[in-house]
Design a protein around this ligand. Structure first.
Ligand SMILES: [Fe+2]
Ligand SMILES: [Fe+2]
Length: 284
């Protein structure tokens, strides 16, 4: 990684400073779990909305797999030079916090589903164990591409939860859950965006070209692992009216714009190149 360690540390401190004050409780009073199954909300929640929450849970709940990959990619032992170990140790301050936040997303979705009284408890447990056992591989071992993919995944997830939030107007508890989640995802996206920008500034136009090529193979996490992913993805889109995964690419456009504004050398890679790459992205 070519970003100077002191820049990474300062970015991580900025993230932690905010996230330390943004923590929320899965046992918040806004979530009346014991009474949810008797509420009006449960009568109004459609089967499609319920299925979308269930798929979101399976994706979020793979956090042990995502975390394992990040620990593999940022070792602090003597297999790496001391300066890399120090950079990795600092990266892990972010990773631990990020994983705790993602784990809370999974747990709050699970708690919600179980409290609705509309899922078979044992069947949900069986599915979570089944999906959780699958081996996850990071989309790339190349840091720059890994950060770019993750930034896009965070943005797509943020936008998805926002659109689902708007679509479930008659489910106040689910809306409270989704509001907290899309705010978290926005912070995650912002962190990875800043990381990609620092990376671009340290590597220059060569990286712009690499990112452009990598977009062709971009996919959402678990797209190649979840059972019947295509069917589940279609249900998710039906549940969140107006969601368009391609909107996530506007975030990349924004980062490239910020980079080009600070680099006279990047004129060789016009923004249009990124727009033409967008249709290749397919979440299913
Ligand atoms: Fe999440
Ligand atoms: Fe996230």
């Amino acid at each position: 990684m070519s970003i100077p360690t002191e820049q990474i540390i300062s970015l991580i401190h900025r993230y932690l400073k905010t996230s330390d004050t943004k923590a929320w409780s899965r046992f918040d009073d806004a979530f009346d779990w014991p009474n949810l199954s008797k509420s009006e909300e449960i009568q109004r929640l459609t089967d499609v909305q319920l299925a979308a929450v269930r798929t979101s849970l399976m994706i979020e709940d793979h956090i042990p797999g995502y975390a394992t990959e990040y620990f593999r990619l940022f070792p602090v032992d003597d297999t790496v030079p001391k300066d890399a170990a120090w950079r990795n140790r600092n990266m892990l301050h972010f990773v631990f916090q990020w994983c705790a936040e993602e784990d809370r997303h999974a747990h709050v979705f699970e708690t919600y589903l179980r409290a609705t009284g509309r899922v078979d408890q044992e069947d949900l447990t069986r599915e979570m164990i089944h999906e959780g056992a699958k081996k996850y591989h990071a989309p790339s071992d190349h840091f720059s591409l890994l950060f770019t993919y993750t930034m896009l995944q965070e943005k797509a997830t943020q936008l998805y939860y926002q659109m689902l939030y708007r679509s479930v107007e008659e489910a106040p508890v689910l809306r409270e859950v989704l509001k907290r989640l899309f705010q978290d995802e926005a912070r995650h996206c912002s962190y990875f965006s800043d990381l990609v920008l620092l990376d671009l500034r340290s590597q220059g136009d060569e990286l712009v070209a690499k990112i452009k090529t990598a977009l062709d193979s971009f996919a959402m996490p678990m797209a190649d692992l979840l059972d019947n992913y295509k069917r589940q993805a279609i249900t998710m889109i039906r549940a969140a009216r107006g969601y368009d995964h391609r909107s996530a690419f506007s975030q990349l456009d924004e980062i490239i714009r910020r980079y080009t504004e600070s680099s006279a050398r990047s004129a060789a890679y016009p923004l249009e190149d990124f727009f033409t790459a967008v249709p290749n992205f397919n979440p299913s």
